[in-house]
Design a protein around this ligand. Structure first.
Ligand code: APR
Ligand code: PHB
Length: 389
C-alpha cells in the first residue's frame, strides 16, 4: 500500500489532521491500534478554543458541534465560600465552546467514513522505518499478516504511550517532565450541571471542578491522593466531598445521581523535543502532556495539527518546505505557553502535600490578585480561550 501521509493513531489529532489533508486533496491513511468503539469509549475533557472550532469548520466537520456545543463567555472561580467570574468575551473578545472530545472524535470518524478516508483499526506492532530518508515506510500486523505502508511523510499522532516518539533516537530527544503529587477523581452523571458555567474551586480540602457535557450530563472532579483507587470513591463519598469543596450556595442546589463513568487520572506536564525527526512529525499527546486544569490537552493537539497540515499543504501545493522545516519550532513555541498556563492554573488551585504556610499565603495572594485585577483576569482569559496560532 502507498499513501502520501501515513498517520499513526486515530485519536483527535490523527483524525483532524487526516480530515484537513483530505479536504486539500492530500491522501492519508490512519493506522489505529484499537477498535473504533474503544477509542469512542474514552471520556476526556470538553472545552474547545475558538482556534479548534475554526479548524473543525475548515475540515467541514463542525455542523453538530455548532448545533449542540455550548458557547461559554466566562468561567467561575471559587475561593472558600465565594465565587468570582472571569468574563472571557468581555476581556478577549472570544468565548470557548463546551463540547466533549468524545463527540469531536465521533464526528471526525463519521466525516472520514463519508468521504472515503481509509482507516485501519486493530493495526498491531506498527513500526516506523527509514524516517531519515526520502522514502519512509511503516509496517504493521493485522489478522496474522504483516503489511507495509509506503509514504512521503509520517504523522505520529499515537498519544503519550505510542511508538512514534520512541522511534526518535535517545541522543536526539530531550524530555522535560513534571509530575504532580495528586490525581483527579472524575465522574460523569446524568444530572443537570451545577451552574451554567464551569466552576474551578480552590478549597482547603483540595481542588474541585464542576463541568458539563449538556443540559443533563455533568462532569465533576475532585483532587485526590495518587494512591487512591476508584473503589475508594463510592458515589456517596464523591458527592459529599464535592459539596464540601464548592461554595455552599452551589452545593445546596447541586443535583446528584448515580455515576455512569468514574476514573482517576494522574496529573503530569511533559514535553518531548524536537517534534520532527526526518520525515516523522509528532502531533498532540505523542509529544506533550498538560495537566487538565487549563483544559489544554485537546487544544494543544489542535495547534500542532494546524501547523503540520499547513506545512504539508505548502509542500504539496507550492513545493515549499519552509513550513515543514519550521514545524517543530513553531509548534513548541505555542506548546510551552500552554504548558506554562496549565502548570500555573494547577499551582493556583490545588493543595500540595508539601505546601508550607508561606506557599499557602502566596497562593492566596495570587487568587486575590486574580479576583481584583482586570489585568490578571485578562491574562487568564487570553490563555484559556487560546493564544493565537
Ligand atoms: N499504533 C497505532 N495506534 C496507536 C499506537 C500504536 N502503536 N499507540 C497508540 N495508538 C492510538 C491510541 O489507541 C489512540 O487512539 O493513538 C491514539 C492517540 O490518541 P490520544 O491519546 O487521544 O492522543 P491525541 O489524538 O494526540 O489527542 C490528544 O487526547 O489524551 C487526550 O488530553 C489529550 O485531549 C488530548 C487529546
Ligand atoms: C471536563 O469537562 O472534563 C473538563 C473541563 C475543564 C477542564 C478539565 C476537564 O479544565
Amino acid at each position: 500500500m502507498r499513501t502520501q501521509v501515513a498517520i499513526i493513531g486515530g485519536g483527535p489529532s490523527g483524525l483532524l489532521l487526516g480530515q484537513l489533508l483530505l479536504k486539500n486533496g492530500i491522501d492519508a491513511i490512519v493506522l489505529e491500534r484499537q477498535t473504533r468503539e474503544y477509542v469512542l469509549g474514552r471520556i476526556r475533557a470538553g472545552v474547545l478554543e475558538v482556534g479548534f472550532v475554526d479548524l473543525m469548520q475548515e475540515a467541514g466537520v463542525s455542523d453538530r458541534m455548532e448545533r449542540e456545543g455550548f458557547v461559554h463567555d466566562g468561567t467561575q472561580i471559587a475561593l472558600d465560600n465565594s465565587l468570582f467570574r472571569i468574563d472571557f468575551t468581555r476581556l478577549t473578545g472570544k468565548p470557548v465552546v463546551v463540547y466533549g472530545q468524545t463527540e469531536v472524535t465521533r464526528d471526525l470518524y463519521e466525516a472520514r467514513d463519508a468521504e472515503g478516508g481509509k482507516t485501519v483499526f486493530q493495526a498491531q506492532d506498527v513500526c516506523i522505518h527509514d524516517a531519515k530518508t526520502d522514502q519512509p515506510h511503516l509496517t504493521y500486523s493485522k489478522d496474522g499478516k504483516t503489511h507495509r505502508l509506503d509514504c512521503d511523510f509520517i504523522a505520529g499522532c499515537d498519544g503519550f504511550h505510542g511508538i512514534s516518539r520512541q522511534t526518535i533516537p535517545q541522543d536526539i530527544r530531550r524530555e522535560y517532565e513534571k509530575s504532580y503529587p495528586f490525581g483527579w477523581m472524575g465522574i460523569l452523571s446524568e444530572t443537570p450541571p451545577a451552574s451554567p458555567e464551569l466552576i474551578y474551586a480552590n478549597s482547603q480540602r483540595g481542588f474541585a471542578l464542576c463541568s458539563m457535557r449538556n443540559d443533563n450530563l455533568s462532569r465533576y472532579y475532585v483532587q485526590c491522593p495518587l494512591s487512591d483507587r476508584v473503589e475508594d470513591w463510592p458515589d456517596g463519598r464523591f458527592w459529599e466531598e464535592l459539596k464540601q469543596r464548592i461554595p455552599a450556595q452551589v452545593a445546596e442546589t447541586l443535583v446528584t445521581g448515580p455515576s455512569i463513568e468514574k476514573s482517576i487520572a494522574p496529573l503530569r506536564s511533559f514535553v518531548s523535543e524536537p517534534m520532527r525527526w526526518g520525515r516523522l512529525f509528532l502531533c498532540g499527546d505523542a509529544a506533550h502532556i498538560v495537566p487538565p486544569t487549563g483544559a489544554k490537552g485537546l487544544n494543544t493537539a489542535a495547534s500542532d495539527v494546524h501547523y503540520l497540515y499547513n506545512a504539508l499543504v505548502q509542500h504539496y501545493q507550492e513545493k515549499d518546505d519552509d513550513g515543514l522545516d519550521r514545524y517543530s519550532e513553531r509548534a513548541l513555541a505555542r506548546i510551552w505557553k500552554a504548558e506554562r498556563f496549565s502548570w500555573w492554573m494547577t499551582n493556583l488551585l490545588h493543595r500540595f502535600p508539601e505546601q508550607s504556610a508561606f506557599d499557602l499565603k502566596i497562593q492566596r495572594a495570587d487568587l486575590e490578585y486574580l479576583r481584583n485585577s482586570e489585568a490578571a483576569q485578562t491574562a487568564l482569559a487570553e490563555n484559556y480561550v487560546g493564544l493565537p496560532y
